[in-house]
Design a protein around this ligand. Structure first.
Ligand SMILES: *[C@@H]1O[C@H](CO)[C@@H](O)[C@H](O)[C@H]1NC(C)=O
Ligand SMILES: *[C@@H]1O[C@H](CO)[C@@H](O)[C@H](O)[C@H]1NC(C)=O
Ligand SMILES: *[C@@H]1O[C@H](CO)[C@@H](O)[C@H](O)[C@H]1NC(C)=O
Ligand SMILES: *[C@@H]1O[C@H](CO)[C@@H](O)[C@H](O)[C@H]1NC(C)=O
Ligand SMILES: *[C@@H]1O[C@H](CO)[C@@H](O)[C@H](O)[C@H]1NC(C)=O
Ligand SMILES: *[C@@H]1O[C@H](CO)[C@@H](O)[C@H](O)[C@H]1NC(C)=O
Ligand SMILES: *[C@@H]1O[C@H](CO)[C@@H](O)[C@H](O)[C@H]1NC(C)=O
Ligand SMILES: *[C@@H]1O[C@H](CO)[C@@H](O)[C@H](O)[C@H]1NC(C)=O
Length: 392
């Protein structure tokens, strides 16, 4: 039975896979699980640098673990002209009656140099053998260090490999286990990310082709990205040498909204969950099989909506606006205005309580050894994913 389904699905998949989409939607997002927050950072300036993780912290419910505070990350080649974060008390994408309006709680406009509830941080601080560079305030170009909060300049193009991040302007309490921002590095500017089950991030940006030539000195040559991280990750280490130096490997949460994955597909932008919802390979994550087309010569607009029922939609639409209030019907129009033939949809696996108690390995890249349950969920996800490609 499932073999036949897979064959049918594969046939359909190969027919549609080459087309790019303007909307990628995931349903059933959120599960009951846990991650291990960092408990202690030791000798961070020396080669004996180590980190320890704490006991598991549990999460559950719609969009979890991405219902937690999230920081917003950008990698070049990219120019950011607008950013906005919205929240709503209750909003369900396919239900126009139960939907409340959205309020803009953070905003950046490059041309007008407006920055509200936004702090630009970047990895330009002290280097550490196990943690990499610490966060600092970003200077006006996004990637230099500044001594205090600085608005990103207009025409803020950053080239390949360069990154900065946006946090809110709400300061963290001091570093510590069980405190609002967890354990983090000494001396960094520490701010909360953006919170809530029901939230929306909008962007106006450009992703021009890299003008420098390719070389081995680049890690991400011509691979721009906009993504969300559990805000604990950058405050300890975004690219640690030791998996215990960040909660990432234990699954505290990442969602890639628009990400170019490799040189072959540098003009395709993928949406990907890096959570353990039915998978064991966190690095690969749960990726949509269809991609957005990167427009290298025009302004792009779009973003992501996390609704109250665990529907997550990444989209590109030239109709995206950045008003201080976005009515529920306008948000519905924004996503429903994208025709179904330009939509990719898939359903994430349902996780039973039993399967989430699986043994997480805490070494290396922190991958889970697949047990029978997660393997079956993975298979089921693949099958339903293929089916959903045409049953939208
Ligand atoms: C990570 O932490 C666990 C528990 O504290 C420890 O057993 C393990 O050896 C650590 N792994 C690394 C790579 O340091
Ligand atoms: C809700 O959507 C339905 C079907 O699309 C439509 O007929 C109805 O007018 C909408 N109601 C509101 C309040 O927008
Ligand atoms: C944070 O941003 C809001 C909105 O722009 C502003 O009203 C508030 O004063 C800012 N708070 C701080 C501490 O900068
Ligand atoms: C960004 O600004 C810093 C100063 O804050 C400067 O040192 C650095 O060279 C600039 N980076 C680029 C790519 O221009
Ligand atoms: C700033 O963003 C935070 C994080 O989501 C939010 O809790 C807060 O209400 C926002 N501040 C303002 C002034 O909107
Ligand atoms: C590039 O990334 C896409 C999306 O993850 C993947 O399907 C494809 O196999 C990758 N290509 C190469 C050559 O690695
Ligand atoms: C850049 O070079 C790397 C190898 O160093 C290669 O993997 C990648 O595909 C190249 N990127 C482009 C866009 O050609
Ligand atoms: C999707 O359908 C619309 C109208 O039915 C059509 O105009 C558009 O070209 C189609 N797009 C694709 C990618 O097939």
């Amino acid at each position: 039975m499932s073999t036949i389904l897979q064959l049918v699905a594969l046939a359909v998949y190969s027919m549609v896979v080459s087309a790019s989409v303007d909307k990628v939607s995931f349903t059933n997002v959120g599960f009951g699980g846990s991650f291990t927050p960092v408990k202690k950072l030791s000798n961070i300036d020396s080669d004996s640098c180590t980190c320890e993780v704490d006991s598991a912290e549990y999460f559950s419910g719609a969009n979890s673990p991405l219902a937690d505070y999230l920081s917003v990350h950008f990698r070049g080649p990219l120019t950011l002209s607008k950013f906005a974060f919205y929240s709503s008390n209750s909003f369900v994408i396919n239900n126009n009656r139960s939907s409340d309006d959205w309020s803009r709680l953070a905003y950046y406009d490059s041309a007008d140099q407006i920055s509200q509830n936004v702090t630009f941080l970047t990895k330009a601080g002290d280097d550490s053998p196990c943690l990499g560079k610490a966060l600092t305030y970003a200077s006006a170009n996004g990637t230099g260090a500044a001594s205090d909060s600085t608005i990103l300049e207009d025409n803020n193009y950053i080239s390949s490999d360069l990154e900065y991040a946006i946090f809110s302007n709400i300061s963290c309490p001091s570093s510590g286990t069980g405190k609002g921002c967890g354990v983090y590095r000494d001396g960094i500017p520490a701010f909360y990310g953006f919170y809530g089950v029901t939230k929306m991030f909008l962007f106006e940006f450009e992703l021009p082709t890299e003008t420098q030539s390719n070389s081995t000195s680049f890690e991400y040559y011509d691979l721009p990205a906009i993504w969300l991280l559990n805000d604990h990750i950058p405050r300890t280490s975004q690219y640690p040498n030791n998996a215990n130096c960040s909660c990432w490997a234990s699954g505290c949460g990442e969602y890639d909204i628009f990400e170019a994955m490799n040189g072959t597909e540098h003009n395709n932008l993928y949406s990907t969950f890096h959570t353990y919802q039915g998978i064991s390979d966190l690095g690969t994550g749960i990726q949509a099989y269809q991609a957005f087309a990167r427009d290298t010569s025009n302004v792009m607009r779009g973003g992501v909506i996390f609704d109250s029922d665990g529907n997550v939609v990444s989209f590109l639409s030239s109709s995206t606006t950045f008003e201080s209030t976005y009515s529920a019907s306008d948000v519905i129009a924004l996503v429903n205005g994208i025709s179904t033939n330009e939509t990719y949809s898939s359903q994430l696996a349902s996780i039973s309580a039993a399967s989430t108690t699986s043994s997480k390995s805490k070494n290396g890249a922190g991958s889970l050894l697949p047990n029978n349950n997660t393997f079956m969920y993975y298979l089921a996800t693949i099958v339903t994913t293929f089916l959903h490609v045409f049953v939208i």
